[in-house]
Unconditional design. Structure first.
Length: 256
């Protein structure tokens, strides 16, 4: 499933949020949506999902669309700020992802329960299945909608900084899981993030915004450039390579 944008713009009131964006999201890719705060990443995810109006063209598999929610595509959108129902256990919340698969009259099936169990296991949340969602830690809370998306068997994931509250070990673990699922189930992942280093081993594509404007769309390796990243984040950039030869990106204060 390929997504293509041509001259995509979003205006809210009299303010221009996204300006004439042209980009392509290849089918089955892991796309890192990058840019400094206020660049329009969250707005772009909402536009692609179809949650807000936009002008210009959005094409899904070469067909004009007003957003993925309007297409017959299993979509999962995970916002930065989740609205968690009170009094609901983790397993009950993840089961909501099975709504499109279940018959409301007959209720959940064995297949539904298996899908929920597998999703919780993959994200290491099985031990929390009977716990109220509202009592989970910040990192567990952020893995919760990912489990729901897995149970849903979504074909495209739109993720708005899903690892922001996780410790570094859970971040790598979660990104690795997303990449494995992407490969195994041919899922397309579009993930807004500031964590270039964690995605450097897994993302194969990058879409970069600044101030609502398009800067880059292409292979992830194409952004690993000191000048490009320095201009993007208005800071000095240095690289170090890990034992596998992957460059790690660091921002260096001017006085250092």
């Amino acid at each position: 499933m390929e997504v293509l944008a041509k001259d995509l713009c979003v205006n809210i009131g009299n303010k221009s949020i996204l300006n004439s964006l042209f980009f392509r999201i290849p089918s089955g890719s892991f796309v890192a949506l990058l840019g400094p705060n206020g660049s329009g990443k969250s707005t772009l995810l909402k536009a692609v999902a179809g949650f807000i109006d936009f002008s210009g063209d959005l094409l899904v598999n070469s067909k004009k669309s007003k957003g993925l929610i309007n297409e017959k595509i299993a979509l999962s959108y995970v916002p930065q700020n989740l609205s968690i129902p009170t009094g609901m256990t983790l397993a009950e919340y993840v089961m909501l992802g099975r709504t499109s698969h279940s018959n409301w009259f007959f209720g959940e099936t064995k297949k539904d329960y298996l899908a929920v169990s597998n999703a919780l296991d993959i994200l290491r949340l099985t031990a929390k299945s009977d716990q109220l969602v509202a009592t989970l830690s910040g990192g567990e809370m952020q893995r919760t909608p990912l489990a729901r998306a897995l149970a849903q068997e979504a074909k495209i994931l739109l993720l708005d900084e899903p690892t922001a509250a996780m410790d570094f070990a859970r971040v790598i673990e979660t990104v690795k899981v997303l990449d494995e699922l992407r490969t195994q189930y041919k899922i397309t992942v579009l993930m807004a993030t500031h964590d270039i280093n964690s995605l450097s081993c897994y993302a194969d594509f990058a879409l970069v915004l600044k101030g609502g404007n398009y800067l880059y769309s292409g292979a992830f390796s194409g952004i690993i450039d000191k000048k490009f990243l320095g201009n993007l984040y208005d800071t000095k950039i240095e690289f170090l390579k890990n034992k596998k030869g992957h460059p790690m990106v660091f921002a260096i204060p001017d006085n250092k």
